[in-house]
Unconditional design. Structure first.
Lengths: 218, 241
């Protein structure tokens, strides 16, 4: 089986697991819904700066919740089985792919709910959706790798937050800066930070493929 | 006194940096240009900027040892990596402390209450970037302490060290340049740009950076030797395999 086929097979396995054990998917959905509803009760229609800040902070927490279980759900025996079948790169790429897709869906839903409950101050909707998808991808990549570290350290999501928050701040600042341009008719989306976010995504993928083999085996 | 020449060099350079930096003997060679607001406080460059240089160099040494640990699985490198990270944090805190003194003379508005000045200064992107760097290494220490198995601790923390180091560059070097700031150096690296630092000052600044870095390395080697002694049995064990 070629590398691509192996990654796809692992990805399908994760997808099937998700479809059969839907509690985690609906759990995240409920998390998004409940958080946004609480926000709605607390502040109703915030101004655009607050909206933007809240949106990205919620993205961050959704990401931690959505991604945290991805390595913990594999029992030790199954990991040993995978080790005989595939290389660590295949495994981590399939996880990155799956979590990336999961976060893309969750972020889109989050944007939808935000605009339903908290009003929609976004003027440039299409560029904003693009930034949301890019941000979802960036967050999911970083936290997937941190979930691998946390799972190896046999720790819960709390250690993931400790490890992840300082690391994610630069990307989060960039995302908030870029997306704030989408709230006014004047001004364009700056391209340098967008390219930088892409570069950092590539960097995370490279680092994951280099470093994951060391986390893979005990 | 094996390999002690650099310790002598460290002391000599630091004595030179302090005497020439503060111009104790009032020599004309160590005069500094008097800029508006900055005045003589520019002498803090020898201490404040040197601290950040030393911090960065110590973190780089730490990550190099993390890579060497992953390549060799020798626990000595893990101890080295951890101790250099800790000393790096100490130098970062000293960098904050010297910066605080400097900012209180140049940035803080004497007409405002101290709290108002603090909130204005705390928003500085460079301060945030440096804060992120220190938080990352604090998280590294927390991660280390959360794992009890020694080999596992060494491997996982080395992986996190390398991964986090890749994010130090955006947080320290890129983000502060994207956001507007009062802090000098928005357009490049102020201390390395020959046009920014007066020629007389460079005579003191570069030796000061080397001196402070050597001091950091010196402290780290002492702590490393202590750890080597503490884990003697363990280290000998890994050498036998």
């Amino acid at each position: 089986m070629s590398s691509i086929a192996k990654i796809i097979a692992l990805f399908k396995k994760d997808l099937l697991l998700e479809v059969r054990q839907q509690y985690s998917f609906y759990g995240i959905l409920l998390y998004i819904g409940a958080t946004i509803f609480v926000l709605y009760l607390a502040i109703e229609e915030p101004e655009s700066r607050v909206w933007n800040g809240l949106f990205w902070v919620i993205q961050l927490f959704i990401c931690i919740n959505a991604v945290a279980k991805s390595f913990l759900q594999e029992p030790r025996g199954r990991m040993l089985y995978f080790q005989t079948l595939v290389s660590p790169q295949h495994f981590v790429f399939s996880k990155l792919l799956f979590n990336g897709l999961l976060m893309l869906i969750m972020s889109s839903l989050c944007y939808l709910l935000f605009s339903l409950f908290l009003g929609n101050p976004v003027i440039k909707a299409l560029p904003f959706i693009g930034i949301v998808l890019l941000g979802a991808l960036s967050l999911s990549l970083v936290f997937t790798f941190l979930a691998a570290i946390a799972a190896k350290a046999q720790q819960n999501a709390a250690i993931m937050a400790i490890l992840g928050f300082p690391i994610i701040i630069p990307q989060l600042i960039m995302l908030i800066r870029i997306s704030s341009a989408a709230f006014s008719a004047a001004g364009t989306i700056p391209s340098t930070p967008v390219l930088m976010l892409f570069a950092m995504d590539v960097l995370v993928i490279l680092l994951a493929s280099i470093l994951f083999p060391f986390l893979w085996k005990d | 006194m094996n390999k002690s020449w650099w310790k002598v060099l460290c002391v000599v350079l630091l004595v030179y940096a302090v005497t020439a930096g503060l111009n104790v003997f009032n020599a004309p060679a160590f005069e500094v240009p008097r800029l508006n607001i900055l005045n003589e406080s520019i002498r803090n460059l020898y201490f404040h900027v040197s601290m950040w240089f030393s911090m960065m160099i110590l973190f780089i040494i730490s990550v190099v040892h993390a890579v060497r640990y992953l390549r060799t699985n020798n626990l000595r490198y893990d101890i080295l990596s951890r101790q250099y990270a800790v000393i790096g944090i100490v130098f970062g805190i000293l960098g904050y402390a010297t910066g605080m003194i400097w900012a209180s003379y140049t940035w803080a508005d004497p007409n405002n209450p101290a709290a108002a000045s603090f909130t204005a200064i705390a928003k500085e992107p460079k301060l945030i970037g440096a804060g992120i760097a220190l938080l990352i290494y604090a998280a590294y220490l927390v991660l280390r302490d959360s794992i009890s198995d020694i080999d596992k601790k060494a491997r996982i923390s080395a992986v996190y060290n390398i991964f986090a180091f890749a994010f130090l560059f955006p947080s320290i070097w890129i983000i502060p340049r994207l956001l507007e700031s009062l802090h000098p150096g928005g357009q490049g690296n102020p201390a390395l740009n020959p046009r920014d630092v007066d020629a007389r000052m460079r005579l003191v600044f570069y030796p000061a950076v080397i001196g402070w870095t050597l001091l950091g390395v010196w402290i780290a080697t002492l702590k490393v030797r202590l750890q080597f002694l503490k884990h003697k049995a363990l280290l000998n064990d890994t050498n036998r395999h």
